[in-house]
Design a protein. Structure first.
Length: 224
């Protein structure tokens, strides 16, 4: 989750630079946020484990001072933080952090490309081509829509908040309000159905496989 989130910074930064001033949105603000994301990615790659250890030590002092040890939230946060630090440290000790980060960047790029192709397919009959959509515009709009998952109040499967952010983003990018709303509903509905079908298919495959028989003998003597 952390590595996937950290790959967001470079894409947002490149998207803002590619869109430039051709859209009606606060480019300076987004450029600053993208820069912060990028710096956070660099800091996390090199200093994530010490940062997590500092957060854990600070949390332990606060928990001891305010009596949080007996509550459920603090032990959960402490265990998750320790597990995250151990996982990141394992990547570094095995020297596979950069390959994992590079693979995560490729996965995110494939995600953006697939959504771009799907959006183009939905809007092609309206006379809208790839250049009208813009790959940089799509990255910014999709990022804003996905950020709505952090809202404390949202609809089932993010329906409503996701479409609102999508429509607002594409309206800023110059797409008509009607097409922005329709495309947001279409993209979200198709991707949600695809993810549900993929998950159900994986569940059927996993539950349909028979467990392997253990041929190892429990006997300890040589005559068994």
């Amino acid at each position: 989750f952390l590595i996937d989130f950290l790959t967001l910074g470079p894409f947002v930064l490149l998207a803002v630079l590619s869109v430039g001033r051709s859209a009606d949105f606060p480019a300076g603000l987004l450029l600053g946020l993208a820069g912060v994301f990028f710096l956070a990615m660099v800091a996390a790659v090199w200093k994530l484990v010490p940062i997590l250890e500092f957060v854990l030590r600070s949390g332990e002092r606060l928990a001891a001072r305010f009596g949080w040890e007996g509550k459920k939230a603090w032990p959960w946060f402490r265990d998750k933080t320790r597990a995250t630090a151990a996982a990141v440290d394992d990547l570094r000790s095995r020297r596979i952090g950069l390959p994992v980060l590079g693979l995560s960047l490729l996965i995110r790029l494939a995600k953006y490309a697939s959504v771009f192709a799907l959006l183009w397919a939905l809007l092609a009959r309206q006379g809208i081509g790839p250049s009208d959509i813009g790959f940089g515009r799509l990255i910014l709009v999709l990022t804003g829509a996905e950020m709505t998952s952090a809202f404390p109040v949202k609809g089932l499967a993010d329906f409503g908040t996701w479409e609102s952010a999508w429509a607002l983003g594409f309206k800023w990018m110059g797409l008509g309000a009607g097409l922005a709303v329709v495309s947001g509903i279409g993209i979200h509905l198709i991707t949600t159905l695809f993810e549900a079908a993929l998950g159900l298919a994986a569940l059927l495959v996993l539950t349909g496989r028979r467990p392997r028989e253990d041929h190892r003998s429990d006997c300890l003597n040589e005559d068994c």
